[in-house]
Design a protein around this ligand. Structure first.
Ligand code: FE
Length: 339
């Protein structure tokens, strides 16, 4: 880090519908390069411009929030999006004045107003005064600078419609919880995130401090016609140390506690039964401390944490093997775990 001093800014949180103080994100060019794709880096850090019509975001009409690709700050709502015909996502207003920064840009022999992220400094695009009512403004934003998050209610509707179900497990570092679950037949998606704390939309840095009360966790969407909740539980137990109090392998702190967050009474009963069976299995000489609690709001983690094992295989493997997770679990379960 170039600088360690905490600097806070007050921004609007679209989901919590309130203002909150968040820490500014300061990273070096090298750090951003690791987290962003080449196109994202070019826009965010080098004030580049996407080709118009580069992807489909300019015509995305789904309901949700557009967030800063680099730091996750809420920037624009789908409510203020319009089709400008330019091939770039266009909005007539930001989600809140506090959530965008503007400054004069005299590059390329023009005088324009640049729009940037006030939290991390990422370049977003420009604002022009030829937009529609009610503001007359046109925020012309690069799709590489935006990450679209479908409204949660919408996502839940889709899951319900497809007759899928959710399962939420905390098993220490979420990077290590994704691979074995994603491999299972009937698992539709696995998302890394935070649950069980008392702050809305926490960031990785906030959760890592241990002060928000969240646990690192994964949210699994599965097809119960193909894989049962009991099968997911079984595999989950093979992949955590259920006797460790507020830690998992190399990581320590309440954010690394193990827990099953149930979504209905049936899941609760299956989880409790499986925990009892585990305690009676004779595999552990210490008590099983994994909590079984009702699921609260799950906040997906920043993009660079999703599928970390695929995006950063070298760093992931060094971490995963260095943590001792595999060795410990294989010692406890032996062949049974590989079935
Ligand atoms: Fe940002």
């Amino acid at each position: 880090m170039a600088e360690n001093k905490k600097e806070m800014i007050r921004v609007y949180d679209a989901e919590a519908k309130t203002y909150k103080e968040v820490e500014k994100v300061k990273k070096t060019a090298e750090e951003w390069k690791k987290e962003l794709s080449a196109a994202e880096y070019h826009v965010a850090c080098e004030k580049g411009t996407d080709r118009p019509f580069a992807d489909d975001m300019h015509k995305n009409k789904r309901k949700g929030q557009y967030k800063c690709t680099a730091c996750g700050l809420d920037l624009f709502s789908s409510e203020a999006k319009f089709d400008s015909g330019t091939g770039w996502p266009s909005f007539w207003q930001p989600i809140d004045k506090a959530n965008v920064g503007m400054q004069v840009d005299k590059s390329h022999g023009m005088e324009r107003t640049e729009v940037y992220c006030p939290r991390c400094g990422a370049h977003l695009g420009h604002v022009f005064d030829d937009g529609p009512n009610p503001t007359g403004q046109r925020f012309c934003i690069n799709s590489s600078a935006l990450k679209f998050k479908e409204a949660q209610e919408k996502r839940d509707d889709i899951i319900k419609e497809a007759q899928f179900e959710k399962a939420t497990f905390a098993g220490g570092c979420f990077w290590c919880m994704e691979p074995f679950l994603e491999k299972m037949k009937g698992v539709i998606s696995v998302t890394a995130g935070y649950i069980g704390g008392d702050v809305a939309n926490p960031t990785y840095e906030e959760v890592s401090s241990g002060e928000t009360g969240h646990a690192e966790a994964v949210e699994v969407v599965f097809d119960p016609k193909v894989v049962t909740y009991a099968q997911l539980l079984r595999v989950m137990w093979f992949n955590i140390d259920p006797t460790a109090v507020n830690s998992q392998f190399a990581d320590h702190g309440t954010q690394y506690r193990t827990a099953i967050f149930y979504h209905n009474e049936e899941q609760k009963k299956l989880a409790e039964d499986s925990k009892k069976a585990l305690a009676g299995s004779g595999k552990f000489d210490k008590p099983i401390v994994t909590e079984i609690v009702e699921a609260t709001t799950f906040y997906p983690a920043e993009d660079y944490h999703q599928d970390y094992y695929k995006k950063n295989p070298v760093r992931y493997n060094i971490y995963h093997h260095g943590s001792g997770r595999e060795q410990t679990l294989n010692k406890i379960w032996g062949k049974e775990r590989k079935e």
